[in-house]
Write a protein that binds this ligand. Sequence first.
Ligand SMILES: CSC[C@H]1O[C@@H](n2cnc3c(O)ncnc32)[C@H](O)[C@@H]1O
Ligand code: ZN
Length: 433
Amino acid sequence: MNADILIKNGIVLTMNDHGAVVDKGAVAVKDSLIAWIGPDDQTGEIQAAKVLDAEGGIIMPGLINAHTHASMTCFRGLADDLPLMTWLNDHIFPAEAKLTEDMVYKGALLACAEMILSGTTSFCDMYLFEGAVAKAAHDSGMRAVVGEVLYDFPSPNYGPLENGFAYTRDLLEEYKGHDRVRIAVEPHSPYLCAPDLLKKAREIAEEWNAPLVIHASESENEVAQIKEKYGCTPMEHLAKIGFLCPRLMADHCVVLTDNDISLLADNKVKAVHNPESNMKLASGIAPVPALLEAGVCVSLGTDGCASNNNLDMMAEMNAAAKIHKAAALDPTVMDAKTVLTMATKNGASALGMDGQCGVMEQGKLADIIILDVNRPHLVPMYNPMSHVVYSARGGDVRHSIIHGKLVMEDRRVLTIDIKQAMAHVRELAKTIA
Ligand SMILES: CSC[C@H]1O[C@@H](n2cnc3c(O)ncnc32)[C@H](O)[C@@H]1O
Ligand SMILES: [Zn+2]
């Protein structure tokens, strides 16, 4: 067999339905796909242009950051230690009023560098000037689902809402058929979007078969606002107007009633858990074990860099695995396999790519990361899955392949000039501060 890349001498964590692990394994990549997975001693017939020696490391699906605002790297550390609504209304929205397309591109490119360096291969983004995020994803080689934020007040990008729908449609047209970048329809939240906006957003998503994304039930404050306005919880409100559906990614889902959980399950909504942002903004702890128990597909995201303050999905997995144990006083909840599934297979489902990536099997998209385990904090290794969630760090990711292309080799990102990306955002920070 001819391959483009052959990864040898590693432990393959497939994350497939059987939980298959190939202890002394190898993986061949051809074009954008995984062409073969098998024992390392059976690669004799494979000719590859590039051979990577995993040196006993972990070969696994790339991580999927199912909710972020990539360009908020520009605001990292700008407004810490505040509750959600003060943070948003008094600090972040005023700073975002001065955003330009150039800032959004530079912030997003830096975010792509940070994500690649910490093992993320796909992300779902919501922001302003989202065409610039789409371009950053395209240029960096990352896979992304991106959408322009829609809300009732005038946007610093498109002005009045009608233009927001037009901007979204233009992006949908421009990226039709792109092999890595997909456009979503993304109203901000039930508290910033009137029912008419939400209904129209849903219609456009249906028309284009596009993912739909919203922040929902993030804080007690939001729930109180929606109850006062509509007399029900945010999820009940979204259900009443016909917004809950399988293409919907509901970000945060922190403050939920039992009925809200049933609504999410019955409508096959994809919930996205953002534990570090929820902790930092003191929004609360999402009832993830109950959501999983009810059969809801829960994925994992970092949220933006102003509420986390990093884009490291390894750290996010670690937090997700621990916070629910403490909340439930039960160390058995959210075991390593569950959390790793959220960051891989479930992430793919959330992004509308169920069965295409997020697992390693022949014929799936080749979005693969290789972790170096020859590091003091990773020795010894009894259980690779536990190692990824509880011991590894973003900095342990050594190589990254996205859509069959090597985007990081030996921690050198091949698609981005990182020094320049950092310099650009440092310059921008002077104008922001
Ligand atoms: C303009 S795109 C998205 C919009 O949302 C803001 N944002 C970032 N994080 C959160 C969050 O956790 N809840 C609500 N809104 C958030 C971001 O700053 C942008 O304005
Ligand atoms: Zn968010």
